[in-house]
Ligand binder design. Sequence first.
Ligand code: GSH
Length: 323
Amino acid sequence: MSSAKEESVNAVIDPATGEFKRPAAQFRNFISSKSNAEFPPEKGRYHLYVSYACPWAHRTLIVRKLKGLEDIISFTSVHWYMDLGGWRFVTPDEHLPGDNVAPDPINHVNNVRELYLLADPTYNGRFSVPVLWDRKLKTIVSNESSEIIRMLNTEFDGLVGEEFRGVNLVPEELREKIDELNTWIYDDINNGVYKSGIAKTQEAYEQAVTAVFTSLDRVENILQASSGPYLLGSQLTEADVRLYPTIVRFDVVYVTLFKTNLKTIRDGYPNIHRWLQHLYWDIPDFKETTSFEHIKKHYFKSLLPLNPNGIVPLGPLPDIREK
Ligand SMILES: N[C@@H](CCC(=O)N[C@@H](CS)C(=O)NCC(=O)O)C(=O)O
């Protein structure tokens, strides 16, 4: 018998092949500093709704900090538990770890679904995070993390402190290389772990898990040959930011829950491991946006078809090794 939860996971499974297919996001507006833009950059106007557990939302929290946007764009994280009703905000009496895990301070709704319906009562897509909300027009600017981080990277430079104007995660001379890395890292690693974990046939799983490890091998070689600590040498770029949320979840969640268990990062990929430890321990923006409690509880307790009793593994310990 298939539970309602399984049906919700089945909604994105290709019935012919058993493969997981992630549907495209539907709110695709851009904040722009060009004159007469519908969504101009403004201090205090935009709010990010995220989950600390979600790797796509995690990117937006990292870029918000790297770009010095903490006083310009506020944020709220939902509860780590995503049930059949989707993501919900905590109630005033619930106290979870992490900054800004709070009841919705802007729209005072109970859950992310209600937020989407405020923006568009006819909306019939997925109720996903992250959501970039416009307080002024009371609508969703974007629910696509890859585009949100591009806006944060460039469009607020007139408002951020001087030291952050020089931070450019997609410098023009590296843009092509970043886009190329992003494409296969998204398909095979960021989304690849989900394709492995949610596959409904042995073939779909094996194909996905093979792609995950082929591409991790490729990342390992790139980092080994790199002239600096990052994927593209001495400069931290968007490609590192987009890879990090998956790698930091890899050993603690994906290896067990998603069966991506041919190797671990900590014992199988010395260069990726060193890169991960550097980002986590040396650049506070990465550690401060990483909550292993939200991450582990979310995956092991919300994706119940994969872990029916909702038991959260104690290991691996530590979550991430000291350098
Ligand atoms: N295209 C989106 C994908 C975001 C996404 O899939 N978020 C997941 C959580 S990790 C979600 O909110 N899922 C809820 C749902 O599909 O109902 C992005 O990158 O922003």
